[in-house]
Write a protein that binds this ligand. Structure first.
Ligand code: 13P
Length: 249
């Protein structure tokens, strides 16, 4: 069975004391599902979060990284720097990175290579904007994002890759893809993988849904056969809401 995963992307929220307090709440929460749980604090709070969550089954992951190993890249963070503070998984390709920081499929392919070269696991995000959904282009947009950033990889790389379908029109908007829309896209993504790498690879990759996933809709979305979990934004900032989603499995 594929690994179920619920990851909280805290985005640019929570200073150090807010991070500590949310972590205390997370440690007190009761987990009743088998889903793997991850949280992605900001860079400045990664080490503190890693220390505070060591010994729990909540993994601390990063929201981004640069593709270079080190050097003259002011303001950037490398894979080895993340690893040096205990981080083994990184989110790449989030739509906010693509939209506000000009990340492209090409630069993301380099980040993917750098993360894998450093033995890191990747949560790779992609998804269409509203205009693509309205014009019926959503599948071809997603297919192109996946192919351009990932299809240069060997099949074996996919044991370290989790995919996250995040329709941009559903992120932070309160509008969610319906469970059927999520299932249809996840099945399409799995078929795209199967066509290139075969069904064993396609059936082993976890595909998460992200976009206004909340305690009141997670159960229905997660009940779909090709939805293996969620990448959660707003609702991950509250421990009760986050664990209600984790426990929706
Ligand atoms: P929301 O859950 O706030 O819509 O954010 C989703 C997201 O972008 C997770 O990466």
């Amino acid at each position: 069975m594929r690994q179920q995963i619920v990851a909280g992307n805290w985005k640019m929220n929570n200073d150090l004391s807010q991070t500590e307090s949310l972590i205390t709440d997370l440690k007190n929460a009761k987990k009743t599902s088998k889903a793997e749980v991850m949280v992605a604090p900001t860079f400045t709070n990664l080490y503190k979060a890693f220390e505070a969550l060591t010994g729990t089954d909540i993994e601390v992951i990063a929201q981004n990284m640069h593709f270079a190993e080190n050097g003259a890249y002011t303001g950037e963070i490398s894979a080895s720097m993340l690893k040096s503070v205990g981080v083994k998984t990184v989110i790449l390709g989030h739509s906010e990175r693509r939209e506000y920081f000009n990340e492209t499929d090409e630069s993301l392919a380099k980040k993917v290579d750098a993360a894998l070269a450093n033995d890191m696991r990747i949560i790779f995000c992609f998804g269409e904007v509203l205009a693509d959904r309205k014009s019926g282009n959503h599948e071809s947009v997603v297919e192109s994002q996946i192919k351009k950033a990932l299809f240069h990889l060997e099949a074996s790389a996919f044991k370290n890759i989790v995919l996250a379908y995040e329709p941009v029109w559903a992120i932070g908007t309160g509008e969610t893809a319906s469970p059927e829309q999520a299932q249809d896209m996840h099945a399409f993504i799995r078929k795209t993988l199967a066509d290139k790498y075969g069904s064993d690879v396609a059936n082993s990759v976890s595909i998460l849904y992200g976009g206004s996933c909340k305690p009141n809709n997670a159960k229905e979305i997660f009940s779909k056969p090709d939805v293996d979990g969620g990448l959660i934004g707003g609702a991950a900032l509250n421990a009760d809401d986050f664990f209600a989603i984790v426990n929706a499995f």
